[in-house]
Design a protein around this ligand. Structure first.
Ligand code: SF4
Length: 341
């Protein structure tokens, strides 16, 4: 029965909710699921791994997500906002290493006005790179301005598609607004990325199955999945960490159902277990983000503790060890290219 479901996912890229639940609930066929996802990854997006340069330019945040060390209620954190020159220095460093995609990430804040951020985007685009923003929920007008300034992609993880759980975890956020933001970004022509946390308290297998179906329904071009990691300065300090294998399984099933999207091997996977990212890359992932935030600030972007950081100098060697190659291209998602031809 399970083997048939895996074959069905491999051949049709379609499973219903009960079928996903069956695969997530049974641990006896995990290897087969990982191998199938690896095979579909190779067939659709090839053996190359796209590298992205991540710049965490501000850790200020107005939101209060229960799992996150950057939440506004956490007073035990040194807040920072990099200025334009500091950000451009990080970009220049990444470009010198050959990077063709820059990811600008921050907490959700108003530290940068729309015009200031647009000016920064224009300056970054002069480096001839693809630019991804990960700055949270904004109005459609704001998203429009950033797109006009040159931003190409936007990451906005739903974190959980279970509205009740979403409310419990995000006291200062509105689930429907987040969905609207994703829809607006799509309408504006962004390549969109979403994703979820695996291992939140009160999260069921059913809700994880819904998450996978949500990624398909919203037609996400990128999906990032992270195991929950408990942060000591949050209300979830006593909640056990999520399970790496379950997180990779959610990711592998996502690959089977959305074969031509980009899927990162997330830093949280490596933080939870050594070689967690290599495990993910052999189970459906095809992207790795390398942190180019200056060392003075890197440790203050403390969403969860002991965040791992892949080394730009050793990444190629690590990838070669699993017969994968570094690809220094913009690495657009094939799903987005297909829709925007
Ligand atoms: S998850 Fe994002 S929006 Fe929520 S508190 Fe952390 S940085 Fe802010």
């Amino acid at each position: 029965m399970m083997k048939e479901l895996i074959e069905k996912a491999k051949n049709t890229h379609s499973l219903d909710k009960n079928e996903i639940i069956s695969l997530l609930s049974c641990n006896d066929y995990d290897e087969e699921i990982f191998t199938a996802a690896d095979c579909i990854r190779e067939k659709y997006v090839g053996n190359e791994v796209y590298l992205r340069a991540l710049i965490e330019f501000s850790n200020a945040c107005l939101k209060d997500c229960k799992y996150c060390g950057l939440r506004c209620s956490n007073n035990n954190i040194k807040r920072y906002n990099l200025d334009e020159n500091e950000i451009l220095n990080c970009v220049e460093n990444a470009v010198e290493f050959g990077y063709k995609t820059i990811v600008l990430q921050s907490g959700e804040n108003n530290a940068y006005s729309v015009s200031k951020l647009c000016k920064l985007i224009q300056k970054i685009k002069e480096f001839d790179v693809a630019l991804t923003l990960s700055i949270g929920e904004k109005s459609i007008e704001e998203y429009k301005s950033y797109k006009a300034a040159g931003a190409d992609r936007f990451l906005l993880r739903i974190e959980t598609s279970d509205e009740n759980l979403y409310k419990q975890m995000h006291p200062k956020s509105d689930y429907k607004n987040r969905i609207n933001c994703l829809k607006n970004l799509k309408t504006l022509g962004y390549e969109i990325g979403t994703g979820c946390l695996v291992g939140l308290p009160n999260q069921s297998i059913e809700s994880l199955a819904d998450d996978i179906l949500f990624f398909k329904e919203i037609e996400s071009d990128m999906v990032g999945i992270g195991p929950f990691i408990s942060h000591p300065q949050t209300p979830l300090s006593c909640t056990p960490n999520g399970d790496l294998v379950l997180a990779v399984k959610v990711m592998a099933l996502t690959r089977l159902l959305l074969p031509n999207i980009n899927i990162p091997a997330t830093t949280a996977m490596e933080t939870l277990a050594k070689n967690g990212q290599l495990f993910a890359l052999q189970s459906g992932a095809n992207v790795v983000m390398i942190n180019f935030t200056t060392d003075d600030f890197k440790n203050d972007y403390n969403i969860y503790p002991n965040k791992s950081s892949a080394n730009p100098l050793s990444i190629a060697e690590n990838l070669e060890s699993i017969n994968r190659l570094v690809k220094m291209s913009r690495g657009n998602s094939l799903s987005w290219e297909k829709k925007n031809k």
